[in-house]
Design a protein around this ligand. Structure first.
Ligand code: TNX
Length: 527
């Protein structure tokens, strides 16, 4: 029996058929037992090539086949793969032009999109073909999951290094597949953010939203307003020392994320969630008096002064400097929980702030509360509701105005919600979110009457009120984050909890190799 899944898009079906049409793809019924590999996210189509096994030996080399324009970036992808294989196999694994037992080619068809790729493993070679280096990177993440878990080791392991034959054609369902890290409530070092990027990139996520400013701390250097960080970034929740990213630090995060094909989306939350800024500069307050720094976990008490002109020159400076440090085309202006900003003021404020963001050449992103503001062309609205009418209405309003919606339903996609009542940290205001609940929803049908075409994708936010180190972050993100990643990448027809749960079980040994502090949810048969 062939395990060729019925592809969602006819185009991919045709491509797959052409790609698979070699003598090696003829599978006899006797070999039908070979199981499909436990890949997350599940590819659009995959066919086991029974009887074909690739063995990575000591003479393995990673070959790059690319046009001059794509060669440098494709070589970087090859180098990343080769570097890891060197560490774990102890083999030389050189990167070579135009040959190699593992071949990365950018001569693939562009009809799979910028992130699409084809991957073939047979007895002679591993071949990843894409139209772009980004597509190659996505294909390499699949290859890493096809290799034995020990291939991710930091130190040499004993072989053999075998990969079962397979042919895959794959491309994402959504263009926006993100996760958010709240570095304001607790500050995370550049090294910790890199660790999170490493783990997120393994599941083909392509956006890293950083929540850089909130009541408890301002975490990104702004040269024109230096006290935002030196004072406003000095503490965090609980009163422990905070921290901030210098421009060099932030550039390093952007670079590191970019090498793993995640675009950084910086968020400066406004007009609420601004106590750190208001504490740093008395003149930003309507009454001219700076409040003290705040290290608690309440929300909704702070607001920028909507009637002051200074507020907007402040925003122009901040969004200007933040935009200049961001290669991506989206800047997030927050807009959530502005409970101490009268609604008319709120609308005035968000409209002005949006114009400032677009004036710096960026598209506006904001939490769903901005749904009833003007929303310049290209805006993205992030839904964080809990199936409530008000939040759904705001998302639908935004779509009516032409905005795209990113789905982050708090009762499903919030990684800071406890798994169950016994989870040692996390919150539960949106409910308890076990692994099944986080996975079992469809981004295009969750909000009734929201057109499918308005959904840009999914994002899993991780708020850090109760999370003060990366181990706790890992515990909350794993195993739920891969499920959100699959909702973002795999076709709706591939989503199935029972089958997913079995594939998820196979990730446990990989996380053990990587020392990921994941929650061993008892309903998963970890292997
Ligand atoms: C709500 S979600 C918030 C955050 C909190 C989070 C905790 C959203 C847009 N705002 O300020 O950190 O709940 O789960």
């Amino acid at each position: 029996m062939k395990r060729l899944l019925r592809p969602r898009r006819p185009l991919i079906g045709l491509l797959t058929a052409a790609f698979l049409a070699s003598p090696l793809s003829v599978v006899s019924t006797a070999e039908a037992a070979t199981p499909a590999p436990a890949l997350i996210p599940k590819p659009v189509s995959q066919q086991v090539l029974s009887g074909e096994t690739f063995t990575l030996g000591s003479s393995a080399a990673v070959g790059v086949i690319a046009s001059p324009a794509k060669r440098a970036a494709a070589t970087k992808v090859a180098e990343q793969l080769a570097a890891q294989l060197r560490r774990s196999t102890g083999y030389a694994v050189p990167v070579v032009p135009d040959a190699g037992t593992i071949r990365l080619s950018t001569n693939g068809t562009s009809s799979l999109g910028a992130e699409g790729y084809q991957l073939r493993v047979d007895r002679t070679a591993v071949t990843i073909t894409a139209a772009t280096p980004e597509g190659l990177f996505r294909g390499v993440t699949t290859l890493r999951q096809l290799l034995p878990a020990k291939a991710d080791s930091a130190a040499p392991q004993a072989g053999p290094w075998k990969i079962a034959g397979i042919a895959i054609a794959d491309s994402p369902r959504f263009a926006y597949r993100g996760t958010m890290l709240d570095v304001s409530r607790h500050f995370f070092s550049v090294a910790e953010v890199k660790r999170y990027i490493d783990l997120a990139s393994r599941y083909k996520l392509n956006k890293l939203h950083l929540h850089l400013a909130d009541d408890q701390g301002w975490r990104i250097q702004v040269d024109s307003w230096p006290r935002l960080t030196t004072y406003g970034g000095s503490l965090e929740v609980g009163g422990t020392p905070g921290g901030y990213y210098t421009k060099a630090d932030f550039a390093e995060i952007v670079r590191y994320a970019g090498e793993r094909y995640l675009t950084v989306i910086p968020e400066i939350d406004t007009p609420g969630h601004t106590n750190a800024a208001l504490a740093s500069y008395a003149e930003l307050n309507c009454n001219g008096v700076a409040p003290p720094l705040y290290t608690g976990t309440n929300v909704g008490f702070s607001s920028l002064c909507v009637g002051k002109e200074l507020t907007y020159s402040f925003l122009d400076d901040v969004f200007g400097e933040v935009s200049a440090q961001t290669p991506g085309d989206i800047v997030h202006l927050g807009g959530d929980e502005a409970h101490s900003t009268p609604h008319a003021d709120y609308v005035t404020f968000v409209n002005k702030a949006s114009t400032i963001v677009t004036g710096h050449g960026k598209r506006v992103m904001g939490w769903h509360e901005i749904g009833d503001t003007a929303l310049p062309a290209g805006s993205v609205v992030q839904y964080w509701g809990t199936d409530d009418t008000k939040s759904r209405d705001l998302a639908r309003q935004a779509a009516t105005k032409g905005a795209k919606v990113v789905m982050s339903p708090a009762n499903r996609a919030y990684l800071d919600m406890k798994y169950n009542k016994d989870t040692p940290y996390g919150l539960s205001w949106a409910g308890l979110v076990n692994v099944e609940k986080a996975y079992s929803w469809n981004p295009t049908t969750l909000i009734p009457n929201l057109p499918e075409s308005a959904v840009a994708g999914v994002e899993a936010p991780l708020w850090s009120e109760t999370l003060d180190d990366i181990d706790k972050v890992e515990f909350m993100a794993f195993p739920r984050l891969p499920g959100i990643a699959e909702l973002g990448w795999s076709p709706a027809s591939a989503l199935n909890w029972t089958a997913y749960k079995d594939r998820l079980a196979g990730q446990g040994s990989r996380w053990d190799v990587l020392s990921v502090n994941f929650y061993r949810a008892p309903e998963i048969a970890w292997r």
